[in-house]
Design a binder for this molecule. Structure first.
Ligand code: FAD
Length: 424
């Protein structure tokens, strides 16, 4: 189906300029659309905050394609349509006794859209969501299907690809037997104690998130997701105090003033991974719903310096902020992943929906984080262009060469990619 497009992204801060959108119901229809198109790009669930998904020609959404979830128990993999949402997949996996290693803060996002931007959750040993990809099927610029498997030449350049190499129609992900998780929230941790022992703090659970507004001497909340607890109490939750913080006594929301009802089960009650690894529940609006986001990643040995730099800018940041989240991500081999070849700390910013003011602070933040080699989240607001980004990614030139080979007529490029990747 082809319709005129006059739509906004999820946050409502970006109106797509592409004049039309195709919503094919089958793979064959999608291939015909791509073969006939001049410029075209894939649109996922529209959760990015910038123009990354837009196209000077058409957009193609896979939302009308059946998720077609197929579990291979022996190979420990699941194949699924790229347009399916993580929440749909997680429910089906759990029903069949399987799990993904991690989820982002929300289950609402499309699988292909999330892996294309290296979307991540938290955990010292957890790579971003794209690191679970074992195989990709994509429609290339000529409309033909191509399958790429882990280990193939160039595979590591094709997973976090920002939509620049084609339309990812099917993704095969590694899975594992289901596991249970308990979630414990602590309030008002002492910054001094957290910074003195940052590695121990982030190692204290399977996934650790710290929420802060950068002001004052305390971290507002710490969310600990501990794996494999069916009734026992993890060490971090056993004591009454966690780095100076106290256990929350009611369900919390990371944002001040919002109901914990929107969030996954806390208070140490164990349950399935699919209902604990994300912060927000599928049936509810994630986060605040009226917001912008930015995120910067530094090698984790620079985490304390990056945190100090942002605390030093709190007079500029905090008035525009709803909340910030600090997470850790394991190193990977995916060329455009912000965690390429380095275990990282991610400093995330949920802004008030005041874009002009936010865009005035971003250059200041990027300037302070530049000496630490900070890499921005591809799907959130940032200022750096290709000239600044290229030296931060050792395989950047390999990616642009790969894109030239796979998309010689630049069918899948847009102005975001020209500015941030190809340097046009
Ligand atoms: C409330 C909220 C919470 C968030 N939490 C997190 C978080 O915890 N961690 C994190 O890392 N990020 C987070 N994000 C950011 C989000 O995960 C990314 O922006 C992600 O890319 C969104 O996926 P999407 O399906 O909406 O993609 P879109 O925004 O629609 O597209 C993003 C990119 O993916 C490409 N793409 C989409 N589908 C395909 C396809 N089938 N084939 C090829 N390319 C494709 C597009 O062309 C575009 O380049 C959050 C966003 C929101 C709104």
């Amino acid at each position: 189906m082809r319709t005129e497009l006059d739509e906004l992204n999820w946050a409502g801060n970006y109106r797509y300029g592409a004049p039309l959108i195709h919503r094919p119901g089958s793979l064959q229809e999608a291939q015909e659309v791509v073969a006939d198109a001049g410029k075209i790009r894939a649109l996922g669930s529209r959760h990015s905050f910038n123009s990354i998904a837009d196209s000077g020609g058409a957009l193609l959404s896979l939302e009308a394609v059946d998720p077609d979830i197929s579990i291979d128990s022996a190979a420990r993999t699941v194949a699924v349509s790229g347009g399916a949402r993580y929440g749909t997949l997680a429910e089906e996996l759990e029903r069949n006794g399987f799990a993904l290693p991690n989820l982002a803060s929300l289950p609402h996002i499309s699988i292909a859209g999330a892996i294309s931007t290296a979307t991540h959750g938290s955990g010292d040993a957890n790579g971003n969501l794209a690191t679970s990809v074992a195989e990709l099927e994509l429609i290339g610029a000529d409309g033909n299907l191509r399958t790429l498997r882990r280990g193939d030449p160039d595979f590591d350049g094709c997973v976090v690809a920002l939509g620049a190499l084609g339309i990812v129609t099917r993704v095969t992900l590694d899975i594992e037997p289901t596991f249970s998780v308990r979630q414990d929230v602590f309030e008002a941790l002492a910054w001094e104690q957290v910074l003195a022992d940052f590695d121990a703090v982030t190692a204290s659970a399977y996934s650790v998130s710290l929420f802060t507004d950068w002001q004052g001497e305390t971290v507002a909340q710490s969310w600990l997701k501990s794996r494999g607890y069916d009734g026992g109490v993890p060490a971090a939750a056993a004591g009454a105090s966690f780095y100076g913080g106290s256990p929350a006594v009611r369900a919390m929301h990371p944002l001040p003033g919002f109901s914990g009802e929107n969030c996954t089960q806390q208070l140490g009650v164990p349950g399935p991974w699919s209902e604990r690894l994300a912060h927000f529940r599928m049936a509810f609006t994630p986060s605040s719903g009226a917001e912008l986001q930015s995120e910067f990643f530094v090698a984790r040995e620079h985490a304390a310096e990056a945190i100090a730099a942002m605390r030093g800018l709190s007079e500029r940041i905090t008035p525009l902020l709803q909340v910030s989240e600090i997470r850790t991500i394991a190193a990977d081999r995916l060329w455009l992943s912000p965690s390429y070849a380095q275990s990282s700390a991610g400093l995330h910013f949920t802004w008030k929906p005041e874009q002009t003011a936010v865009e005035k602070v971003l250059p200041l933040m990027e300037e302070r984080l530049a000496p630490l080699g900070a890499r921005p989240h591809w799907g959130k607001l940032f200022r750096a262009d290709a000239g600044t980004l290229a030296p931060l990614y050792p395989r950047f030139a390999d990616f642009t060469a790969l894109a030239d080979r796979m998309d010689p007529e630049h069918k899948f490029r847009n102005s975001f990619l020209e500015s941030k990747v190809f340097g046009g």
